[in-house]
Design a binder for this molecule. Structure first.
Ligand code: TRP
Length: 336
């Protein structure tokens, strides 16, 4: 197995939603099919440990996310699709990297700083209250995910850019202290890939609880879309597409010409009821077949396990010998 041209991880702490699809899954599915690229996609289950302490939720989330990616067409034969926890070399590398990482670098991490600020705002005396070492040092685990496969490019959302900068810092530090083993990975923030609005108009996100699940029943999908907030303009009044949640969701799925056509109908006046019905039908058409596959997979989780285990075997063709090389480089080897 070759090192990764593309690599990205998905934290297993929630249910996959429409925002995940347009932001991460759809572009990854495209890349996964490219025969000229080696792309690695993995379920970041160790990362989810710092988000919640619910074993059932973690397991269910891994199952749902894996099933969703497969159902939406991930080419798991061509790419490398695995669970982080099936690669024991990753936590091992995490410790090796931890020992070359400056604590000051971690002090600057946004997620950590946000938790400190939150404690401040809430008037806690101890500003470190509730902050685990996992939260504090998780950028190092993320660096290990990436450096374990010497990934060249890492597609992520904007909120992860700082972690990629840290990964480069950590890699450069290791290369300087020991030997040049790591490629410095490049971050890829796809500005064109859509950020979807949620039910309340803020970014669709698990943290805001404003999301539409990808694979709920057809009936519930319709119910969710009908619930999206609109203004009180009457059916025939002209409407502004650019400030409308329904329109922005449609745009994320439709082609450019379809989007332009709809914008025109907005300006002429379209009834909210009609628009909601059409949006539902449009999305349902896209999800109809994947939903069937998803439901089949959820009934047969063993099949998903087999796919992930095969992926781990492929991934370890790279990580096992590479970690061996890293260990030798740092003087952890047979002493005979
Ligand atoms: N931390 C990332 C997120 O919350 C997920 C992730 C874990 C990841 N390891 C990674 C992304 C490695 C890219 C590469 O979105």
């Amino acid at each position: 197995m070759k090192n990764a041209d593309y690599l990205t991880g998905i934290t297993t702490s929630g249910t996959p939603h429409l925002g995940n699809y347009v932001g991460a899954i759809r572009p990854a599915v495209e890349t996964s099919k490219n025969p000229d690229l080696v792309s690695y996609y993995f379920l970041a289950d160790y990362h989810s440990l710092i988000k919640n302490y619910d074993p059932g939720l973690r397991k269910q989330s891994a199952l749902e996310i894996a099933a969703a990616w497969i159902a939406l067409g991930l080419d798991y034969e061509n790419c490398v699709f695995y669970r982080q926890s099936d690669i024991p070399e990753i936590p091992e590398l995490t410790w090796i990297l931890t020992s070359v990482t400056a604590k000051g670098l971690m002090n600057r991490a946004h997620a950590y700083k946000a938790s400190i600020e939150q404690n401040q705002e809430q008037g806690h005396k101890d500003l470190e209250q509730g902050i685990t070492m996992g939260l504090f040092s998780y950028p190092i685990l993320m660096a290990a995910d990436i450096l374990m496969f010497n990934a060249r490019k890492v597609p992520v959302g904007k909120d992860q850019v700082q972690h990629l900068e840290m990964t480069r810092d950590i890699a450069a530090r290791f290369n300087h202290v020991y030997k040049k083993l790591f490629i410095l990975p490049e971050v890829v923030v796809d500005e064109s890939s859509a950020v979807l609005s949620g039910l309340d108009g803020r970014k669709m996100s698990k943290s805001y609880n404003n999301f539409i699940p990808l694979f709920d029943t057809q009936k519930n999908l319709k119910k969710m879309i009908m619930k999206i907030k609109t203004n009180s303009l009457g059916p025939d009044e002209p409407k502004d597409p650019d400030t409308c949640i329904l329109f922005s969701i449609y745009k994320a799925f439709a082609s450019e010409s379809e989007t332009m056509e709809l914008a025109e109908r907005y300006r002429k006046g379209i009834a909210w009821g009609t628009m909601k019905q059409e949006l539902f039908e449009y999305i349902d058409e896209i999800l109809k077949n994947p939903r069937k596959t998803y439901e089949e997979l959820m009934k047969n989780p063993f099949d998903i396990d087999v796919i992930l285990k095969k992926g781990a075997i492929k991934a370890r063709e790279f990580s096992v010998p590479f970690l061996e090389k890293i260990r030798k480089t740092i003087g952890i080897q047979s002493i005979g």
